[in-house]
Every structure is written in C-alpha cells, then in structure tokens.
Design a protein around this ligand. Sequence first.
Ligand code: ADP
Ligand code: MG
Ligand code: ZN
Length: 475
Amino acid sequence: MAAAGAWEPVIGLEIHVQLKTRTKMFCRCASGYGVGGGENTQTCPVCLGFPGALPVPNRQAIDWTIKLGLALDCEIASRAVFSRKNYFYPDLSKGYQISQYDLPFCRNGTMIVPTEHGDHRVGIVRAHLEEDAAKTVHVGGARGRIGGAEISLVDFNRGGTPLVEIVTAPDIGSSDEAKRFLQLLRQTIVELGISDAEMEKGTLRVDANVSIRPKGSTELRTRCELKNMNSFSYVARGIDAEVARQIGVWESGKELRQETFDFDGASGTLTPRRSKEEADDYRYFPEPDLVPIEPSAELIARLRAELPELPATRIRRVEQALDLEQSMVLVSGGLDRLWEATVAAGAGGKAAANVIANNLVGARVDPSAVSPGELAALISARDRIPRQAFDQAIGKLAEPGFSAAPYLADEAVSDEALLEPIVDAILAANAAQVEAYRGGKTGLLGFFVGQVMKETGGKANARAVNDLVTKKLAG
Ligand code: ADP
Ligand code: MG
Ligand code: ZN
C-alpha cells in the first residue's frame, strides 16, 4: 500500500464566479440568473459575435471585480487591459473570448485560511474579468456529456455574461484546506453582493490542480487538473481520489503524466478528458475594440471603504472560542455575527453555536431578523423549559417583536419541593410496578417519569423528575 504519510498534496484552484449584473459584460442584453424567455432570447449582434459589432464594458462588473480583488488583498492595476483569447468551439461564435492576459485588474493577493495547525496563507495569483461562453446542451448522450450525444444545441443566453476568474498559487496543502478556502471565498463573494456563487447552478465553478511531493520538500511536480465538480464536498473528495492515484503512480516507479479529469462525485471516479502535455496556444492579443481601463485612486478608495469585515478575518476571532469545524459552520453560513451578538448578550459560546447552527438553521430562521438578546434569554433557559416550548420559540424568533418572556414563563418545574408530592402519589398508586422495578425491571423508570410528566401537564423538567424518581425507587 502507498505510504500516504510520506507525501503531501499541493493544490492550486481556479475559480470562476458569474457576476450578478443586470446586463451582460459587453452588451445590454439581460444577463444570466434565470432570465425568462427561453433559449437564445437574450442575444444581440455583440454577444452573438456579428462582425463589426462593438463591445462596451459593463461598469458594474469592473467595479465588482476590483472590489473582490480588494477583499482578497490584491494589488489593483492602474492600467488593466482586455485581451482576446482565440480558440474555436461551437459555444464561442466570435472565435475568441474577451478575457484578460498580462494586465488583469487584480494581482498578488492573499487569503488566510485557518487550519488545524494555525493560519495558512494562500496566495492569489490573479483575479481577472472575462465574458462567459454560451452553453452547449448535449442531447441523447450519457449525463449530458458530449460523448454519445445525438445532437448538441447551443444556448447563447449565457454567452457574454460577466465572469471573474480567480487563480490561487499552489499553496493549499490538503483537501480540507481547499474546501475551507472555497467556503470562505464563497461567503466573501456572497457578502459583497456580487454573485450568488452557487455551485449547483454553475454561478461558481471550481477547477482543482493537484500534485504531490515528498513531505517537507518544496519542489513542484507534474500536476493534473480536476473539472466538473459541483459541490465543495466533491472538490474535496476529487482531490483525495487524485492524490491517492498519484501516490500509486509515483510509488510504482512510473512518471506522472499531465492530464485533465472529470470527477464524478456520485461514483467517486476520475475520467480522463484530454492530455495537456503542451500549453494551449490561445494567441492572446489586446482587444482592439476596447481601450485600456485605468481605475482611479478615488474609485479604489471608495470600493475599499465599502468592504465589510470579511469572513476570513472574522473566523480568526470566532476560532478563539470554538473549534475549527464549528467556527467554519458559523462563518461560512453567515451566522457568526448573530452568534457573536448572542454571546455578548449573555449566552454561552458553545451553547449559542449549537442552537444557531442546528436549531435555527433547521427551522429556516433568517439570522438577520433575530434579536440576539431574546435568543440569549432562550438559550440560557434551554434546560429549564420544556423542549416543545423551546422549539416553538425558535420557530418564531424571526417574527417582528418576538419576545422570549412568555416561553420562559413556561419554565419547567424542577423544584424538588413541588415535584416530591406528585412523585410520591404516582409511586403509591402503582405499587405493583414499584415492586417489579425493585425486582430488577429497571426499564420501568420511563413509565414512572411519564406518569409524573402527565400529571404536571408536561411542565416538569424531565431530568429533575428522572433524578427524583430514581432516588425514591432506590430508597
Ligand atoms: P497554466 O498557465 O497552465 O494555466 P498556471 O501556472 O496558470 O498554469 O497555474 C494554473 C493553476 O495550477 C494555478 O491554480 C496553480 O496554482 C496551479 N498549479 C501550478 N503548478 C502546480 C503544481 N505543481 N501542483 C499543483 N497545482 C499547481
Ligand atoms: Mg490558467
Ligand atoms: Zn447581447
């Protein structure tokens, strides 16, 4: 078997984000995000690539790209250039994609990702703006893939929609770290309001470049690329599968070949796509129909001032109080601000994290509509009020003017002085069961507790009743 301990993964990610601008990147057609009207209705001479049609850049998309770049601590170009990336494919009617090459908007950024062994810096090589290709739909083949398809159709509605491509340095050291990086990046994008960034819908797409090296070395070996993973868990699983495969190749004394794979998350299989031994030659050159863009210092300052405190920063604070996994659930779910305010209002850190991550999410409560003070009051009383009342209160937390007080008034009776006469009466009325219990049928405990709960109309604290009944039966 492969000695996984002797190797370490090296991972770099390429991420595409579809911006949620109202219109496309270089024309006024409505952009993506479930535009109605059916296939090929949101098109014009520009996004269909008619000769002579002139592109006009989308201001909003440029501002958002710069904003994302600032959030990733990038240097913003004082002069950015759109370039043509030439290739042929049926979903690219112009024969080239307008992208960026040597002068992208954003470069040399960083995102700090927490790991079990402390914070880890992941370099952002670049973030650039480009237009998306149209969508090819393969009909009649397996799983919508081109192989075996009877016909392929093209929908140009997606053609020309704005995409930001983010490229990381090969700085990521495990599949878990890759997943955490992606979760924090996604939450950042969502909080900036520039994209819904949903992998299942294709508004966030991730390609993972994977190689391995002897643990502790700094060399970069041949890498392979994984595509078509449509959830963060599949990305992590795909990386694990590819790392295991590469360990097998190197340890059998063979040379690893650079390849691209589709990872099928459901079956866990890697299917080779095409070998990529030579770099593609796209013949990039500056787009002659667009002038270079020179973002002003004022614009950059304004966008920087608009940045909220970011997930990657917040998690380092949350992590002081909670474990990494719990911190990730809160921060990547946009729940940590409510958690922090609830703790400040007096709730315990772990209890608040549990209730917010499980009960609130389970009940689909909008965290932004919750009063931290009321939530803290509920959490602090959690063990003393009936479960039912607690759940009911959670479900209503986001209602306007919600108050925890009526539910707290329902506080369960755990006072022994109040419970004792009831317990005594129940035991006296069930002498045969008491005898059976003392004779070894300890499973009857639940019966007695149930009788007491019934007698109190469910107001008794079950744990207190349990303790008291156990004590009485023993004595
Ligand atoms: P290309 O020009 O072929 O696209 P890049 O240098 O732009 O290659 O890198 C593309 C992606 O591959 C980046 O995310 C980078 O971090 C990653 N990468 C490059 N070399 C390696 C390697 N040896 N192992 C893992 N990932 C790598
Ligand atoms: Mg590349
Ligand atoms: Zn158009």
